[in-house]
Design a protein around this ligand. Structure first.
Ligand code: 13P
Length: 296
């Protein structure tokens, strides 16, 4: 129940909840520490690809490490992207991964059916909502295409933005929310995920923009908290405007993974300090220092 309430408050007051992805287990400690120090509320998030393609090992390993460092007033544990079809085009036993997260006590879960046609996405998301209801845990779905995780990368960014390629359709979003009962919706309005393929994962991210008018149309159509994926490297003015236009959660991976990977060549301890510094900077940029007060 707790995350339903926290996100409801964030949505109503225009304060964002950051979800920090942890592709490496030692990242959990500095993210939790920084959130406590800044007195901000945020989520530790792990996507399926982070235990398959990176080093977070398993949902069990993440839950165990999280339990050592969590703070009930400042942190929650989120299951990020469990795709129905993964970034390599393979089918995933998504209900098994979601059920494991629920049984391990994750506070919220995400099902990503965005590579399916609308009807299939609705069906998969509805099944996950049924499973999560038994645990009282909110479900995030995704509609539209937030690109970048695929091995062939993204099309030219300016063309993507100008043409609105893959953007979430407000009418479809209304139907999706009504027929699935999803709690939060990840939308495509200009952001892209940081690349994860070996050849590109160290490169700087494109400086993405957001179409705020389009976001507002989705907000009016849905009336539920919206989620911004691809949160690293977005222009700050657009970010702050999006929090006033329905975005209640932002996912951040590249902006903490790259400093970790660079410093890890020296030591894990230095890499953890690099993550801590990055989280403090991000919390400042998002304007959420002190946000834990009144959230929990
Ligand atoms: P970035 O890597 O762009 O921060 O995206 C993170 C994300 O959306 C994870 O779900």
């Amino acid at each position: 129940m707790r995350m339903h309430e926290i996100m409801g408050r964030a949505y109503e007051s225009g304060i964002v909840v950051p979800a920090f992805n942890v592709p490496y287990l030692p990242m959990i400690e500095p993210v939790c520490r920084a959130l406590v120090e800044a007195d901000s509320f945020g989520l530790i998030a792990v996507a399926r690809l982070e235990w398959i393609k990176f080093e977070s090992r398993s949902q069990e390993a993440v839950a165990t490490e999280y339990a050592k460092h969590k703070s009930d007033a400042h942190t929650g544990l989120h299951q990020d992207h469990v795709p129905v079809i993964d970034e390599d085009g393979l089918s995933v036993d998504y209900l098994a991964d979601i059920r494991r997260a629920l049984e391990l006590g994750f506070d919220s879960v995400m099902i990503d059916g965005s590579r399916l046609p609308l009807d299939g996405n609705i069906e998969a998301t509805r099944r996950v909502c049924e499973a999560a209801a038994e645990f009282g845990v909110p479900v995030e779905g995704e509609l539209g295409a937030v690109m970048g995780h695929e091995a062939d990368g993204i099309p030219d960014y300016e063309t993507l933005f100008e043409t609105g390629q893959g953007f979430t359709d407000p009418g479809e979003a209304r139907r999706f929310v009504g027929e699935t009962g999803v709690s939060w919706l990840s939308v495509a309005v200009g952001s892209v995920h940081g690349a994860i393929s070996a050849a590109t994962k160290n490169q700087p991210k494109v400086r993405a923009r957001l179409n705020i008018d389009h976001l507002q149309a989705i907000r009016e159509a849905t009336g539920i908290p919206l989620v911004l994926h691809g949160g690293s490297g977005i222009q700050t003015d657009d970010l702050l405007a999006s929090f006033r236009s329905g975005i209640a959660k932002i996912n951040i991976a590249t902006d903490i993974r790259q400093p970790y990977e660079r410093a890890r060549e020296r030591s894990v301890g230095e890499a953890q300090e690099a993550v801590h510094r990055s989280v403090i900077e991000i919390v400042d940029r998002l304007g959420i220092a002190g946000s834990a007060k009144g959230m929990c």
